[in-house]
Design a protein around this ligand. Sequence first.
Ligand code: ASP
Ligand code: MG
Length: 402
Amino acid sequence: MKKVLKFGGTSVGSIERIQHVANIIKKERDAGNQIIAIVSAMSGKTNELIDLSNQISKKFDKRELDVLLSSGEQVTCALLTGALIDQNLNAKSWLNWQIPILTSGEHTNSRIINMNISKINEHLSRGGIAIVPGFQGISEKGEITTIGRGGSDATAVAFAKAFNADSCEIYTDVDGVFSSDPNKIPVAKKIDQISYDEMLELSSLGAKVMQPSAVQTAMMYNIPLEVKSTFTDRKGTKIFDQENIDYRKSVTGVAYSKDDAKITLIGVEDKPGVAANIFEPMNKAQINIDMVIQNISSDQKTTDVTFTIKRNDFLKAKEILENNKNISYKSLTHNDKVAKVSIVGAGMVSTPGVTYRMFKALADEKINILAISTSEIKLSVIIDEENTLNAIKKLHTIFELD
Ligand code: ASP
Ligand code: MG
């Protein structure tokens, strides 16, 4: 089998850990697999480099920042390859420009568009192991680029696609994707299989195991992923197409996001263009809007608009609403200590009663629901932040995830 194995920052965070990763690669190679390993910078390294650039200038040149940041992965590449060579393996590192990995877009935020596979394929076919730096590439003009924080996941998926790999394994410091945050809910369970859609809903909601855009690319090209721990032999979480998953449970996971705030505008005129007037200045101020709910207008003249944002945008948003002359309403209410709790599950589509069970469970806990939003595979409610843990625990139990 041809395998792409990606090792995140903590997996290569020390010399011992790099040796350990070399052992994992050796085992895979000894089992007859062809291996391309994608590596992150040693944990903390990228932040350290950013910090150094800030000490030179708060407006550090972006081109030079990419040159600087890409060096973190280069270090890991060489150390890991050296460790493999030390075990008498035919390993070789390839830097972004040697492959090359072609990117487009601006510095620090490029994306991989293509790569040359011939040299690495030749190396693999002679029994070689290829070690490649994540998170970077080179532009058409030959400039070193990086592809955004956490970008090594995207590199792994791009390699799996380009090389038509049989598997793409994301090695990290947790056992896989969990049914909820294991730090908060000790009974949270590792999920064996999950669809791309569910994973995307969970990752954008706080289960930060994999970069969401990398999952999205994997979904687009149907590249099966596996997230697993570098430090145990336990089975990880397989992420693939929904059609191939057997859903015995309606809900796969319970996610939450904290630090949210809710604003309601009461008595907004009910006519075209009003919502656009409200959200245009928010957009200009780069305030990210999450949920939006508009009540049905009972008098055909006015309505109420509720929306949620991140708490640190709250004051900015309130000021816009109070001072922008294009926005009119009768009164404004807000709650800047709310949380969003969501149940996610592709099995919800075919199971009736999930909505009712969620609302009933929260009612039993005397938790008031402030706003609701739904999609095909997700049901989110906004509640007072102090009830978050209670709500997650209860939902985790009643949807049989404990
Ligand atoms: N080293 C980069 C970062 O810390 C890329 C990665 O680890 O995926 O963002
Ligand atoms: Mg990462």
